[in-house]
Design a protein around this ligand. Structure first.
Ligand SMILES: [Fe+2]
Ligand SMILES: [Fe+2]
Length: 277
């Protein structure tokens, strides 16, 4: 148990019950407000990320290099929008108004600056993971997004396989399979691009830019909220643990492709309480 936050006896009892296998459904009358708040926080984050992810991929239906690749990108756009719809449905079941949310926030917003790192900052009043604020400027970026971000998402989704929230657990299997296809697309293209010296040079340049951005999605590995999600059965591993597995995979693939992973320095993360929904 972390010392950064002291929990009430009720909360400690909840952690214990969840550890012993307690689960919740949307209509569970005994769902504590505390649990609900953190569950909503994670679901909103995933829903908005899937939605803005779909919009970020969309221009590449047109920009992908071959007709076959345009088909694959169109498929991925459809996958991401479907993921969003599945997660928003879970939110609706919990009494959230997702249609109103989508109409109010600008999930298509992208940063114009290219060479920028916003750290852990949020730029708009939505809940997306902040890597989705960056613009996918080149086909190489699209590939790095598959290679890095879809892989990171896959690792995070694995943690939902045993979620204490049953509707989420049921929804995640199909989503996970599709993310695995996306990351495999990234792997294939990292190999293709790294065979050509010019393309490889550009890939390395863009990797240098995207690497800290993707590492930031894991947040601070020292934060207390990680442990809290684990205690609530909403995650199985802390962000730090997932990040370690993810980095090892990327290191191996980069070594194979002759790419150099830049050194990442974890930034200070401002303490952020989940919003009230
Ligand atoms: Fe997705
Ligand atoms: Fe994806």
């Amino acid at each position: 148990m972390t010392t950064a936050h002291s929990y009430s006896p009720d909360e400690l009892q909840l952690f214990k019950d969840i550890k012993n296998g307690k689960t919740f459904e949307a209509d569970s009358a005994d769902m504590p407000a505390f649990y609900r708040k953190h569950l909503l926080n994670l679901l909103w984050m995933q829903g908005d990320s899937e939605y803005s992810g779909a919009l970020g991929y969309m221009p590449y239906i047109e920009k992908a290099p071959t007709l076959q690749e345009k088909v694959l990108v169109a498929q991925m756009v459809k996958d991401e929008m479907r993921h969003a719809s599945v997660i928003y449905r879970l939110l609706e079941e919990l009494g959230q108004n997702t249609a109103e949310h989508i109409s109010k926030v600008d999930l298509g917003y992208k940063l114009e600056e290219d060479q920028i790192n916003i750290g852990f900052k949020r730029l708009k009043d939505d809940y997306r993971v902040n890597i989705f604020y960056y613009d996918i400027k080149y086909w190489t970026d699209y590939i790095l997004f598959n290679f890095l971000m879809d892989r990171a998402a896959g690792h995070q989704l694995q943690d939902t396989f045993n979620s204490s929230y049953i509707p989420w657990k049921k929804a995640i299997e199909g989503i996970y399979k599709e993310e695995v296809m996306h990351l495999a697309h990234g792997d294939k293209w990292v190999r293709i691009l790294s065979k050509d010296p010019e393309q490889k040079k550009f890939l390395q340049e863009r990797l240098n830019l995207w690497w800290p951005r993707v590492m930031n999605i894991f947040g601070s590995t020292q934060g207390a909220s990680n442990d809290l999600y684990v205690n609530l059965g909403l995650k199985q591993r802390t962000n730090g643990e997932i990040r370690t597995v993810f980095v090892k995979e990327i290191e191996e693939m980069c070594a194979e492709a002759g790419l150099v992973l830049p050194v990442y320095k974890e930034e200070e993360q401002p303490k952020r309480e989940p919003k009230n929904h």
